[in-house]
Design a protein around this ligand. Structure first.
Ligand code: GUN
Length: 280
């Protein structure tokens, strides 16, 4: 089975669009998403354009603030503080990576946790790991929704997460724990990654190494979620060797068309959640 992230994301966006239309008649207001882009990173420019496009498509107020790469940190922090106070703004996202002279941690911690649609603020990270209500980072949330499409009950499953980043690996681990999986978090110092993967019922590959996971790493019946987006001479490929692994896996996400579209749909979902909470 190939897990169709494009279709699942389109369905989720349709649901969100309907919900926003209802919210509009209840509150006479719609959720607002503000995305900040600093610099000219080509991939970031594409991501931000898509975020803007889909936010508009579902009926949100969508705004993108673009700054040059040599932006003074204080200007960015002041802008975030202004957005924190703006009632029309439900969610704030600062696109990463940021230029080196800007302190990423300071930027993330300046965003009001109630408007942190990325789920990167330490308060949201802490709440997620404590099992409390929180914003959940968009990519792991998308992965978890795709997993649930294949298997409703993940309890007791053995899950291997490849990569331990704050963006993906760590929050993904928390979400799998919440589903009662037994989770192994692997990384560049892991001794025998192949052997770890061979034991897994679920593999989440989020490491940024093209086609790392091979066919003989995966046992029959495993669900494989590929978070990788790697540029190679033969085009964009994931962290999983799709041709090999799709022959043995029970279900697998393709790249492109798997996790990618879900990330933006989940960002819209998080923005709606922030809007709803601000209206309680
Ligand atoms: N850069 C790559 N992925 C992401 C993401 O999910 N959020 C933000 N803010 N920046 C990113």
């Amino acid at each position: 089975m190939i897990i169709d992230g494009k279709k699942t994301a389109a369905e989720l966006r349709e649901k969100i669009k309907k919900e926003i239309s209802k919210l509009k008649s209840t509150y006479n207001a719609v959720p607002g998403l503000t995305v900040i882009l600093v610099g000219e990173d080509p991939a970031s420019k594409i991501y931000v354009k898509n975020k803007e496009k889909f936010a508009k498509e579902v009926g949100m107020n969508s705004e993108v603030i673009r700054y040059p790469a040599d932006l003074e940190e204080k200007v960015l922090l002041d802008k975030i503080q202004e957005l924190n106070k703006n009632k029309r703004v439900s969610g704030i996202l600062v696109q990463l990576p940021l230029p080196k002279h800007i302190d990423k941690r300071k930027v993330i911690e300046t965003i009001d946790p109630r408007k942190d649609v990325d789920g990167f603020h330490p308060m949201n990270v802490g709440n997620l790991s404590s099992g409390y209500d929180s914003s959940i980072p968009c990519t792991p949330l998308g992965c978890s929704l795709l997993l649930k499409k294949v298997e409703k009950n993940l309890s007791g499953k053995s899950a291997v997460v490849i990569g331990r980043s704050n963006l993906n690996g760590k929050p993904m681990t928390q979400l799998l724990l919440k589903e009662n999986c037994t989770v192994t978090v692997t990384h560049s110092k892991t001794k025998d990654l192949k052997a770890e993967c061979q034991r897994a019922d679920i593999i989440i590959a989020a490491v940024g190494i093209p086609k790392l996971v091979k066919g003989d790493w995966v046992k029959k019946g495993t669900i494989v979620i590929d978070v990788g987006i790697n540029k190679t001479d033969s085009g964009i490929v994931g962290d999983v060797d799709f041709d090999q692994v799709s022959k043995v896996a029970k279900a697998i996400t393709p790249v492109p068309g798997g996790v990618g579209p879900m990330t933006i749909a989940c960002l819209l979902k998080n923005t709606v959640e922030c809007f709803k909470k601000s209206n309680i």
